[in-house]
Every structure is written in structure tokens, then in C-alpha cells.
Write a new protein. Structure first.
Length: 172
């Protein structure tokens, strides 16, 4: 009557133990916001409450390398083109907000920024890239200078570094 009971119990225990194993860190992604939020309002928003676009503008397979010291991200040609397309006409001189996540965990927000802007910004920025041969974007502090940045620097958050290290993409 219960001949398969021990087998079922053993399988249940195996699945339960597998669920308790630490998961491999999920990849880094950069999402644009679903709503048109000014970059100047990012610091007053709850990161968990910001609605993001469904598809990230950059995610794991798009990243070739990430430099831990400079926060330079070398991208595939396709991802680099997507970033370049963000800077079409009309030029948004007040920034285009983004959120950096690892898996489902949101780590920090910033804004894509054009060097054509005369507005300053006290958050994290990814400047419009201009070198398609190198295909590198940099997550930088403040615009037009790092001295404008306010708050702790979240770019070296351990969740980000652990994820990139696990994927073999982190450069010292």
C-alpha cells in the first residue's frame, strides 16, 4: 500500500535540501524607469517603489567586463548601440534615470547624462559614450564633477561585485 512512501520521502528531502542551498548570484542589470521621472527627484524616491521597464537596457550577457576600480563596463556591440540610442534627438539635458539591480534586488539609481548638458547632478551618472571601438560606459560620481556627488558611493556594493565575480566578468 505504501511501497513508494520511502522513495517519495527521500525525493522530498532532496528537493528541500536543494532549496536550502545558496543560489548563484543573479546578474547585474540596468533598467530604465517606466515613468518619466526627472533625475533630480531620484534621491527622494523609494528605490523599491520605482516602476521599471520590463526589459533591461543592459543585463548579464551584454557585459563583457566590469572594472572594479573605475566602474567601466565593456559592452557587447548590441548593448553599446542600445545605450547610444538613448541619446537621440531631442537631447535630454536633465538626464534619463536608471536603476542598477542584481537579480530582483535594486541596488542604486542614477541617470544617463549627456555632456551637452549645462545642468549639474549630484547622483551617479553614465555619460553618453562616444567611442564605438572600445564600447565602454562608466558609472561615475556626479556631473560635471565628482565633487557634486552626495552620499555614500554604492558602486562597489558587495552584491554587484559578487555577481560579476561569479560570472567571471570582474576585473580588478
Amino acid at each position: 500500500m505504501y511501497r513508494n512512501g520511502p522513495v517519495a520521502l527521500a525525493l522530498l528531502m532532496v528537493f528541500a535540501l536543494m532549496a536550502c542551498q545558496p543560489r548563484e548570484p543573479a546578474g547585474l542589470s540596468i533598467h530604465l524607469l517606466a515613468d518619466d521621472v526627472p533625475a533630480s527627484e531620484l534621491s527622494s524616491l523609494d528605490l523599491a517603489e520605482i516602476e521599471l521597464q520590463d526589459e533591461p537596457i543592459v543585463f548579464g550577457p551584454d557585459i563583457i567586463t566590469y572594472s572594479e576600480g573605475t566602474h567601466d563596463i565593456e559592452l557587447t556591440a548590441e548593448a553599446y548601440a542600445r545605450i547610444q540610442n538613448l541619446f537621440g534627438l531631442p537631447v535630454r539635458v536633465s538626464g534619463m534615470p536608471f536603476v542598477v539591480s542584481v537579480g530582483d534586488e535594486r541596488v542604486y539609481a542614477g541617470a544617463f547624462w549627456t555632456p551637452a548638458s549645462s545642468l549639474s547632478f549630484d547622483g551617479l551618472v553614465i555619460l553618453q559614450p562616444f567611442d564605438p571601438e572600445r564600447r565602454i560606459i562608466r558609472i561615475a560620481l556626479g556631473y560635471p564633477s565628482p565633487q557634486l556627488f552626495r552620499g555614500p558611493d554604492p558602486r562597489s556594493d558587495e552584491r554587484i561585485l559578487r555577481s560579476l565575480r561569479a560570472a567571471g566578468k570582474l576585473k580588478p
